[in-house]
Design a protein around this ligand. Structure first.
Ligand code: CMP
Length: 138
């Protein structure tokens, strides 16, 4: 069993597709073991995306990610990291496969509805950024 962090970004929450995203997770056997809704400030978004600090889109990305509430979940399942990335589709929605969340709902490379951890190391950092051990269902 593996765990990964999922975020429904401000665009997904604002557009009212929280339920649609969760439906796709649950029907693909990704179990939600923690969940919360919050609004990050710019500094918190910069800390979360610190790995992208040098990228030209860093300021815009962290501004966007702190622009409204987000839904944060920890997902558990077999190959959860890869499985969730498959369900999300490519970062750039124009390259995302048919039937993926980003293909169906993203409007922009930045406003791409969802985030998911990209490796086991990133998942550990990202989960602990938002949740303590008491908030995870065992
Ligand atoms: P995410 O999976 O959250 O990881 C980094 C985010 O940066 C990405 O999704 C996009 O929302 C955003 N982003 C904006 N521009 C780019 C870009 N050119 N390449 C990759 N990610 C980008």
């Amino acid at each position: 069993m593996e765990r990964t962090l999922s975020i429904i970004k401000p665009d997904g929450v604002a557009r009212g597709i929280i339920g649609e995203v969760i439906q796709r997770l649950e029907s693909n056997k990704l179990k939600i073991v923690a969940m919360k809704m919050l609004k990050m400030n710019k500094t918190q978004a910069e800390g979360f995306y610190a790995v992208h600090e040098a990228r030209p889109f860093f300021d815009s990305l962290t501004y966007f990610m702190s622009s409204g509430p987000i839904v944060i979940m920890v997902l558990e399942g077999e190959n959860a990291i890869a499985k969730y990335r498959e369900i999300m589709g490519a970062t750039d929605y124009k390259e995302a496969a048919e039937g993926t969340i980003r293909k169906d709902f993203a409007t922009d490379i930045e406003k791409n509805v969802v985030h998911g951890s990209d490796s086991p190391e990133t998942a550990i950092f990202e989960i602990s950024y938002f949740f303590n051990s008491f908030e995870l269902i065992h």
